[in-house]
Design a binder for this molecule. Structure first.
Ligand code: 5GP
Ligand code: MG
Length: 175
């Protein structure tokens, strides 16, 4: 395992991300929706840096088959939202923009619920992997096309609790 982003670098990146988001919304109330499970660590750190009126909610999306680093079928559940988002500014928060398929499929489902606007913020962006006609609105770090873990991101349910982001080496990925 090789460290890609240290705790200190993550802290700086998330402060930059929070500043951009604050500037964009100029104090308007926001509904922040975390995409479970990978975004929970970012979500916890990010919301504490945003001193503005907000609601926090969660949806669940799963695109990775257990025990594989290759994407499987995408399952999204927006029914678990606990509050109406009608007329609200919505910010979707996810751990990583990889192919982009999760946000690409999630955004229309959120749009159907009648928000005023929908934007997306991610911690990591693997720019070269994009397969859809959209980009994240806010991204803290661009990273190379390699499988990463930590700070919410797992491999076979492990490593989510690492306080930093690391690359797994080929011998650590048993495909
Ligand atoms: P996308 O739909 O953009 O292809 O992928 C989004 C989801 O795939 C992420 O929210 C994350 O759950 C998973 N994913 C993509 N790349 C990685 C990676 O490098 N490491 C881990 N652990 N998960 C990833
Ligand atoms: Mg995810």
């Amino acid at each position: 395992m090789k460290t890609l982003l240290t705790e200190e670098q993550l802290g700086e990146g998330i402060r930059r991300l929070a500043a951009e988001i604050k500037k964009h919304y100029e104090g308007r109330p926001l509904t922040i929706i975390g995409v479970m499970i990978g975004s929970i660590v970012l979500l916890a750190d990010l919301i504490r840096l945003l001193d503005m009126p907000m609601r926090v909610d969660l949806v669940k999306a799963r695109s990775y088959r257990e025990g594989s680093t290759r994407p499987g079928p995408l399952v999204i559940n927006v029914d678990m939202l606990s509050e109406s988002i009608q007329g609200r500014d919505v910010l979707l928060v996810d751990d990583i923009f990889d192919t982009g398929r999760t946000l690409w499929e999630l955004i229309p489902q959120i749009d159907d619920l009648g928000p005023m606007s929908v934007r997306s913020a991610v911690l990591l962006w693997k720019e070269g992997r994009r397969e859809v006609a959209m980009k994240p609105d806010f991204a803290a770090f661009k990273i190379p096309n390699e499988f990463v873990v930590g700070y919410g991101l797992d491999y076979r349910d492990q490593y989510r609790n690492l306080p930093y982001v690391a690359l797994l080496e080929p011998h650590e990925i048993g495909e």
